[in-house]
Design a protein around this ligand. Structure first.
Ligand SMILES: Nc1nc2c(c(=O)[nH]1)N[C@H]1C(S)=C(S)[C@@H](COP(=O)(O)OP(=O)(O)OC[C@H]3O[C@@H](n4cnc5c(N)ncnc54)[C@H](O)[C@@H]3O)O[C@H]1N2
Ligand code: MOO
Length: 407
């Protein structure tokens, strides 16, 4: 695979190109709890937020103009969360608690620690009065959103934060996109189930299936409909790929994608009519990666078999492309920017993704690794750092900051 054979010169361009060919899930369902799912409808507020003027502090509801410094001001009323507001008595204050509705005739809330409190009255200093403005510590009706306004748009992935918004507006049960159906097909005669105990030196356990399943299971908007292992046999690989494409929106395969005599994945993809968008990218690990689409907009992704390559590229390519299929509006992966503790890498003319750990001070330490088969280094990492081609580790700027993708 020489430089001329790359269809794209960077991973982002390759991801965008294949994403443009993918169909987005259109079917929807109503679920009781939207968490982790993709909203299919715009959610609008069912009432003003807040629903009335409420206090932001524990203290006293006052009419600011009626207060004079150091005088005894009677407490004549109690405004509690969960009760309607009291009527204000002239030249008096009402005790008020956070979240309670401010009485109609009050215009300001004083924090209790800014007053001198007695059983039936308070005193307020001139200094406090000087620093108080009308409206202080009142959250105004509708200041977050008026009734009927858009609060969460369709296409939003429901995080715990979004869940709070939906719950507040009575939309915790809502209409979401159906899950993205994914089939995982690992390949290789040498690969045995993870439960295997008697392995010959030429055999290994199916860590790729485990890492991809874990990557998929992390997202409630994905459903792994099948995960099976295939021998290196073109006929059966083709048959299973065909079946997988009938039941899934995306099929992810591992192994058998490079140049070996038993690497049948490209032929199987061609046999089912897959249109290859890229086969080989200037990346390490994962140079032989294969991305294809079908006529009906389904994804076939062939990840190189080396375990580090599979784990990194499942994160870098597979998950964002599934986000696109899922209908998530901001589907691209977003990385954090991290600075390396030390530039302990080699200059490589490829986009390089290096296993890394986050240190206590927030810096990133590259994980010592023997290459893309090093499952020990993989297990020690918190994610990976992406470097553009040909960064010279001796340059002062080599430590970054660089994009860091956590697992
Ligand atoms: N002549 C060339 N040879 C290779 C190239 C190349 O460009 N030219 N690329 C190398 C790179 S980079 C990678 S990555 C591998 C990927 O090749 P395949 O996708 O065909 O993967 P396999 O050969 O099937 O396996 C590679 C390696 O990974 C182990 N493996 C495979 N499946 C699993 C699994 N499910 N769980 C755990 N480990 C797995 C497999 O035993 C091999 O050791 O090709 C290079 N060669
Ligand atoms: O992708 Mo390969 O993983 O560079 O060895």
């Amino acid at each position: 695979m020489n430089a001329k054979s790359f269809a794209f010169d960077n991973p982002s361009a390759a991801i965008d190109a294949i994403a443009a060919q993918l169909a987005t899930v259109t079917e929807t369902e109503i679920v009781e709890n939207c968490h982790g799912r993709v909203l299919a409808i715009d959610v609008v507020s069912d009432r003003d937020s807040p629903a009335a003027d409420v206090s932001a502090m524990d203290g006293y509801a006052i009419c600011l103009d009626q207060l004079t410094a150091n005088n005894k001001i009677p407490i004549a009323g109690l405004a509690q969360a969960g009760s309607p507001p009291p009527t204000m008595v002239s030249n008096s204050v009402a005790r008020i608690f956070t979240g309670a509705i401010v009485p109609v005739d009050a215009d300001t809330v004083l924090k209790r620690e800014d007053t001198e409190e007695f059983a039936d009255h308070i005193r307020v200093s001139q200094n406090v009065l000087d620093q108080t403005s009308k409206g202080d510590h009142i959250r105004r009706v509708g200041e977050n959103a008026g009734a009927g306004s858009l609060v969460v748009p369709a296409g939003k992935l429901v995080s715990p934060a979004v869940m709070a918004t939906l719950a507040n507006f009575g939309a915790a049960t809502s209409t979401v996109k159906r899950q993205v159906n994914v089939v995982v097909l690992t390949t290789g005669d040498e690969v045995l189930p993870v439960t295997s105990t008697e392995l010959k030196p030429w055999q290994l356990r199916n860590s790729n299936q485990a890492t991809i399943r874990a990557a998929l299971d992390a997202h409630p908007w994905i459903k792994t409909v099948d995960a099976r292992h295939m021998k290196d046999d073109l006929t059966s690989l083709t048959r299973h790929l065909e079946t997988a494409l009938e039941e899934a929106d995306a099929v992810v395969m591992t192994g058998g994608v490079s140049k070996g005599d038993y690497d049948f994945v490209p032929d199987a993809i061609a046999a089912v009519g897959g249109q290859v968008v890229f086969h080989g990218l200037p990346i390490r690990p994962g140079k032989p990666i294969l991305g294809a689409g079908t006529n009906s907009g389904k994804l076939i992704l062939g990840l190189p078999g080396n375990p580090v390559s599979t784990a990194i590229n499942a994160s870098r390519f597979l998950v964002p492309l599934l986000r696109k299929i899922a209908g998530i509006s901001s589907w691209h992966s977003t990385a954090m920017m991290g600075t390396l503790q030390e530039a302990t890498f080699k200059k490589v003319p490829l986009h390089t993704m290096l296993l890394a750990r986050v240190l206590d001070d927030g810096k990133i330490e590259l994980t010592a690794s023997k290459g893309s088969g090093d499952l020990v280094a993989l297990g020690q990492s918190d994610g990976y750092v992406c470097l553009p081609p040909s960064v010279n580790p001796l340059d002062a700027s080599a430590v970054g900051p660089w994009p860091f993708f956590p697992w």
